[in-house]
Ligand binder design. Structure first.
Ligand SMILES: Cc1cc2nc3c(=O)[nH]c(=O)nc-3n(C[C@H](O)[C@H](O)[C@H](O)COP(=O)(O)OP(=O)(O)OC[C@H]3O[C@@H](n4cnc5c(N)ncnc54)[C@H](O)[C@@H]3O)c2cc1C
Length: 543
């Protein structure tokens, strides 16, 4: 079979790209996705997020090797599987980052990627429910809404923060990012609106794009080349969840125009490497025939290192498994099934902010995400659900540590090594210590302080900088924003050029979170979709 464009990976970027490319009637487009269609109520119901952390059908659930910078722990890395990709399991926060992030990309030589140049793509994707101004769009496919949950303790968090002088910000994606407030979410009618819900499922339901083929349970194992041109892919198709090799069939597809890799920051470099594109020493060691030596493939891995300040609270309306809370939640469940309102619409993170360690009027370098539940170990520490409490996530926005993705096998089904190497740069630990100190202040302010019982993490005994640093090593994690592993740029470590073409090859682009040269100051879903919208326009302009 032959298509004009073959897209590998139906995640945040792949869904946008498939939608935009197939809008040009003359082109045939095939979207290949390892996982399934992802239309289960578990995915649609926002409060079910913690369950999605446990189900391999929806989540690859990677672990890093032992990380010496994080007390020799394995760091958990959830990644979405199935149409919608990570947008089908994420916390749904709609955040674009800061103007300066994109101006910095452009200053690195990435022509066309300044804030003013990318803003139209953000707007073109967005169907904003509340805000009508120059920063927002009303006619896109992706629904952006205020949370319908609006837990009262979120307002208390905001009041505590504003009493310390942090400004209230009604729109983190408007003119200024700084301040505290409510996050907007990618939800429609109180349900998750993943990239697939916005950009693929409606096309499939209406059967309106005869030129778009979407193949789920189809895992690409290799990009095929003739000389320096990508000419197609080989993939395993299965009706089963996991690779049951006996039942899989191997299929080859050819691309008339381009193969576009949208497998995300972990899988895109892996797929390039198993296909022969990457650092020569790694490919030689695994006897993978070299198609093109590109040293930067898999390098430059960045993620937001994050730590949780957890407090026990004297209240009954927090999310826990205590009897009083379960009674409250059962009433909330009724509200959800009747009118898609109440606590079941929560993405858990409803409020938070962007603050600076250097002073109230400076560019934010820390993000807060506040949760009406006591959480530890990505919500996997079940004991914490026996506590009525709150969690304040604090992450640093522009970490300087860099890790890498490596492969240990030429087999795509063998997980890649995610060596995140967070906290390896001294800047990051220094700023994390500040982040912990600033976060703790919030719980000493009314009204939060009025119901505070005690600090669970870090715990009263942790006071000196050395003790806080040890706590951060023991408890910090990532907040699920890996980027940079096929970075865009004009330097020798760049993998793609500013038009997202893989350097030195023809017919191959990478379009997903992996191309970000530097991590943006916030959550990465909306920026990844913006990259895909801009990428699609650049592709269409070429043909
Ligand atoms: C738990 C979690 C919470 C998050 N919360 C937020 C949030 O609240 N707000 C926010 O903005 N961001 C959030 N993020 C981050 C955001 O969702 C991601 O940055 C974004 O979805 C990345 O998009 P992507 O297209 O690069 O990759 P993905 O969306 O991960 O898509 C990659 C797709 O490629 C498929 N694939 C991989 N390999 C192959 C192959 N060989 N063949 C075929 N298909 C393949 C995968 O199955 C997957 O569907 C969160 C992420 C996670 C995991």
């Amino acid at each position: 079979m032959t298509y004009d464009f073959i897209i590998i990976g139906g995640g945040s970027a792949g869904c946008v790209l498939a939608n935009r490319l197939s809008a040009r009637a003359g082109f045939s487009v095939c979207l290949l996705e390892t996982g399934g269609r992802n239309q289960s109520p578990l995915i649609k119901t926002p409060l079910a997020i913690p369950l999605l952390f446990r189900i391999p059908k929806y989540n690859y659930g990677f672990e890093t090797p032992v990380q010496p910078t994080q007390a020799n722990r394995h760091i958990y890395n959830p990644r979405g599987r199935g149409l919608g990709g990570s947008s089908a399991i994420n916390a749904m926060l709609y955040v674009r980052g800061d103007r300066q992030d994109y101006d910095d990309w452009a200053a690195l030589g990435n022509e066309g990627w300044s804030y003013d140049e990318v803003l139209p793509y953000f707007k073109s994707l967005e169907r904003q429910e509340r805000i009508q101004d120059d920063f927002h769009g009303q006619h896109g496919e992706l629904n952006v809404a205020d949370s319908r949950s609006n837990h009262p303790i979120g307002k208390e968090f905001i009041d505590a923060a504003t009493s310390l002088g942090y400004p209230f910000n009604p729109d983190f994606n408007g003119e200024h990012q700084a301040g505290v407030g409510h996050f907007q979410v990618t939800q429609k009618n109180g349900q998750r609106h993943s990239a697939a819900d916005a950009f693929i499922h409606p096309l499939q339901a209406s059967k309106s794009r005869k030129n778009l083929t979407v193949l789920s349970y189809s895992r690409v194992e290799k990009i095929l080349f003739e000389g320096d041109r990508a000419i197609g892919v080989r993939f395993q198709q299965s009706q089963l969840l996991e690779s049951d090799k006996d039942n899989n069939k191997t299929v080859e597809l050819r691309a008339n125009k381009e193969v576009i890799l949208c497998a995300g920051a972990i899988h895109s470099p892996q797929l390039l490497m198993v296909s022969g594109v990457g650092p020569k020493d790694q490919l030689d060691a695994l006897h993978i025939p070299l198609v093109k030596e590109i040293e930067g493939v898999g390098k430059n891995l960045q993620d937001h290192v994050d730590v949780c300040i957890v407090n026990q609270q004297k209240r009954h309306d927090l999310i826990s498994l205590r009897p009083s809370s379960l009674w409250w939640l059962s009433n909330q469940a009724f509200d959800y099934f009747r009118s898609k309102r109440g606590a079941f619409t929560t993405s858990l993170v409803e409020t938070g902010g962007f603050i600076s360690s250097k002073g109230l009027d400076k560019r934010p370098d820390i993000q807060w995400q506040f949760i009406a539940s006591a959480m530890d170990d990505h919500g996997r520490n079940i004991k914490m659900y026996g506590v009525q409490g709150t969690t304040l996530h604090a992450c640093i926005l522009r970490p300087k540590s860099r890790g890498e993705i490596r492969i240990m096998s030429a087999d795509i089904t063998s997980p890649p090594v995610i060596d995140s190497n967070m906290l390896s740069h001294p800047h990051d630990m220094k700023l994390m210590i500040e982040a912990v100190k600033l976060s703790r202040q919030i719980f000493q302010q009314a009204p939060l302080s009025l119901t505070n019982v005690k600090e669970i993490f870090p715990g009263e005994q942790v006071q000196s900088d050395e003790q806080i640093a040890a706590f951060i090593q023991e408890k910090s994690n990532n907040i699920y924003h890996p980027v940079g592993t096929c970075k865009m740029g004009i330097d020798e470590m760049a993998v793609v050029d500013p038009t997202l073409k893989v350097k030195g090859l023809n017919g191959l682009r990478v379009i997903d979170a992996s191309i970000m040269p530097n991590l943006i100051s916030g959550n990465t879903n909306a920026p990844t979709m913006m990259i895909a919208a801009k990428g699609a326009e650049m592709i269409l302009a070429d043909y």
